[in-house]
Design a protein around this ligand. Sequence first.
Ligand code: C2E
Ligand code: MG
Ligand code: MG
Length: 575
Amino acid sequence: MPDKHLVDKIVIAEDDPITLLLLRSTLEKWGFVPENIEDGKRALEILKAAEDPKIVLLDWLMPGRDGIDIVKALRKERGDIPHYIIMLTSKNEKKDIISALEAGADDFLSKPFDTDELKARIKVGLRLIGLHIQLRKAIKSANRLADFIAHYDQTTGLPNRLYFTEKIEQQVASENSAALMLVNIDRFKVINQAKGLDLGDLLLNYFGARLQECFEEEAVVARIAADEFGILIPYGENSDTPVDDIIKFLYAKAQRIHTRMDEQFPIDEGITITVSIGAAPITYEIAREPEEFLRRADTALRKAKALGGNQTVIHDWKMEEEVRQRYQIERDLVEAISQEQMQLFLQAQVDSQGMFHGAEALIRWIHPEKGMISPGLFIPVAEESGLILRIGRWVLQEACNILKKYSGEKFSISVNISPKQFARADFVDEVISIVMDMAVPSERLILEVTEGLLINDMDDVVEKMTRLSKAGFRFSIDDFGTGYSSLAYLKKLPISEIKIDRTFIKGLPEDENNAAIVRAIFLMAQALGLKVVAEGVETEAQARFLNESGSVIHQGFLFSKPGPAEDTLEYWLNR
Ligand code: C2E
Ligand code: MG
Ligand code: MG
């Protein structure tokens, strides 16, 4: 009994009814279901159209076309289908055998034939076409595997970036409304480092599965970068869905994702994460390019990250303007420093009696065309591009210049230090060398750092602060209360001052929450022996409340607006 898949692989092309009958009954006895063709022309047609190779028992002499002709045509036109052709003939001279083989036949059988010989020859043919069929199957599944590897992510089994962009292209070509969402796991790198790559991969797996749960079948959920997933969401079969509808829908979906991801993941002893989401509707007012829609979703995602993560931002046009501006700022900033467009402003700090106490250095950029640009706009750009290092050095030098000029006075200047600056290995040496070069006493400089710094490498922070404080510098915690507040670090670090962020001063004294927070800060500062500076004091009522709460230095528009350094000092020192 032949293999199941080879049962119907024999074709008998024979016009002699007796031979045909004989062959058929023999083959059927062995379990084959042969196909019979009695005409040469027809045999060629059928064999040419076959998708699998067959064993062909081919009569040399037939009406229509003779056997040699058929073999030649088959080999020429369907070289890809290696039919195993056994010529049947009553000719059995050597030269006949040779001419059949040369025409392309595989074997030769003389009539009348012996059934054992027929069987043996068919067996050879079966083995060869069987091999060919298997090989083709293997190639097909290898192609399928290659396709899988090219289009799917091996870790999560989800479609990958390539597949995802192909899907976006198809979606955009259909011109039906849709939306794109990019979901990024916040602080995934930290999780990976802390828990190891295997657990990281496991988390990605669970994450991908949960993400899929949040969407209907027709949405494509893909992993497009290490910790970034993309979702293409078709929105009905039309091209003019109002954008507002899509945006509402996106917010609802995003909410569902945030809620689902808030649940603990069953990994290790339980892992919790947050995600940032950027989304963009796909509608066809202006843009038609798939990359353009992806870029919009990415812009929104970056914004969600920049706002601190754990939130959703949906693309709008204001955002584009911001991106453009930021880019422009970065370009102009490079020249700004060398072309001396930076200016140091000072804002006075006064005690409860309104007496001058010190000042904070606040940088201003006087742009040749745009005028004064606020540090709130360019400092983040400078931090991202690394230019903050040069700016930071410049501010320190300027502050020292002024202190030197007023060496007879006692006031101190507070200088903002960016976390990027502080993190540099040579930060301590640089600060000390600037001050030494200018021969300014380090006691007159206060270095303002933010709480954000303290989630970094704590040992490094302690080491640097300790060295600087031994060299005479003082430290102040800027924007106190808005970041990662922990009593532990206040005790551990050589800090002498905290600056209450102006969001807590706002609304005082009526705002009961803020009033309670401010009182608590005073208590804590007193216990730890820290000086308190209040930022953003704008009204008499705020100043009064602060004075009644404890010993405080005021910094705010009520007393002084930031102004050019020397103007400010001349004013306050001569009062
Ligand atoms: P900051 O260090 O918290 O500075 C205080 C900010 O509050 C200043 O904004 C100041 O003008 C503003 N301010 C002071 N009093 C009041 C008030 O009564 N009401 C209101 N509404 N605002 C008040 P500015 O000058 O725009 O600086 C913004 C931020 O830019 C600073 O916040 C600081 O983080 C950063 N920055 C400024 N100069 C530098 C610098 O030289 N280096 C670094 N790394 N950052 C700087
Ligand atoms: Mg400051
Ligand atoms: Mg501040």
